[in-house]
Design a protein around this ligand. Sequence first.
Ligand code: SME
Length: 161
Amino acid sequence: MFTAQSLSGDKPQQYAQLAAQARALLHGERDRVANAANLSALVYHALPRLNWVGFYFFDGTELVVGPFQGQPACVRIPLDRGVCGAAARTRRTQRVDDVDAFPGHIACDSASRSELVVPLVADGALLGVFDIDSPVPGRFDVDDQWGLEEVARVYVESLGP
Ligand code: SME
């Protein structure tokens, strides 16, 4: 049974611990739904000031909601819509301090004020995105971005070659 330890030290140290916990949690399992579900729960409970953590999977046309923690979410997001669509389309992390100022932002949970979305790419193929929302404006800085990009890498690697 996996038990998450609370995080300590400065932010980079905390993210190193979180990535190690993520590796331990996903170790030996390749199922993309199972691993997305457990990783959403790990991150949602490990980090403060979040209201939504989860996955959208690319079905070849658009993004479809996968496992998450938080309020019920929009099911389908076209690649030309919202922060998630921008991350998927550009394959670059989107770090948005104020979602209301982001053109085309999709308000699934009206409590969301800032958002970080990491694209999930394996061998050049788009798998989907990892989306983390906060009710606090400007919640995510560059340390959060690097830390959560590492967590996203742990997820992609868990799916195997
Ligand atoms: N706000 C996102 C949509 C997904 S939800 O926040 C869970 C967006 O603009 O892409």
